[in-house]
Design a protein around this ligand. Sequence first.
Ligand code: C2E
Ligand code: MG
Ligand code: MG
Ligand code: MG
Length: 274
Amino acid sequence: VAKEQGKNNYQFYSSSIAEKGARKMELEMALRKAISNNELELYYQPQINIITGGIYGAEALLRWKHPIYGYLSPDEFIPIAEESNLMLSIGEWVITQAFMQMKKWERNGKKDIKLAINISARQFQYIDFFSFLQKEVQRLQINTAKLELEITESIMQNIEKAKIELNNIKRLGFQISIDDFGKGYSSLSYLKSLPIDTIKIDKSFIDDISHPKHKGSLAKVIIDMGHNMNFVVIAEGVETKEQFDFLKNHACDIVQGYYYSKPLPPKELEKLYL
Ligand code: C2E
Ligand code: MG
Ligand code: MG
Ligand code: MG
């Protein structure tokens, strides 16, 4: 019986792994054509100034409408794009698209807002990344002062290289933000040596605000530390009034999350916030 069960188990696992692999391969093939098929879009989630209640900026978030499966989560397709080198062209598409959207808002006299763009670790480390940014800034004559690039702590694995790259990017006028801050458990000392403007407290610490024991103690520490280092502090994934009130009481600068709004198509963001 044991042998039989073992065999069944084996079959069960092997087929589920095979299925997973098949879906991945299928998505990878479809993703290769996603740009030319116009299946990619950017949504924009508002970031709110906690004191004035007015809009501070927006984060561009990638959406892929698969021809059969409909909208897929970036958490599913971005890792596939990263593994297959597709993230380089998708990342470039995101940058160009976000730049053009910013220009459009400026041209139409929309409110002065900041636009945050996610940059994956692979994309950041790509040797042509900086020259692509520079080329697009030139070509589109974009005002970089209002653009913020979101990177994650994982790029700090090579701190000396990251420092050079970030300083070059700062020279183009961009702001730099550390996304999912606190999740990487990296040492705080590296932050001092890097040209960082903003930190985004990871959602897990915001969730902890409602935890009966933790009561947001780490969120508070991150806010205070961020202010000591003169960073703008953004809380991401803010969902409840309780979290919002806590962040306001502890002098967090900016909030982003479903409490205010989900990511929106650009037209919706314009209608509601600009
Ligand atoms: P992220 O940059 O940390 O973005 C925040 C994620 O949290 C977004 O998920 C957003 O929709 C979601 N979110 C915002 N407020 C709330 C909330 O109140 N509650 C909950 N539960 N979630 C909230 P999304 O759009 O699915 O993106 C997931 C991740 O995929 C992003 O995390 C980012 O790492 C990556 N990503 C998205 N767009 C891009 C892109 O254009 N380029 C790159 N390289 N990565 C991207
Ligand atoms: Mg982000
Ligand atoms: Mg984040
Ligand atoms: Mg996140």
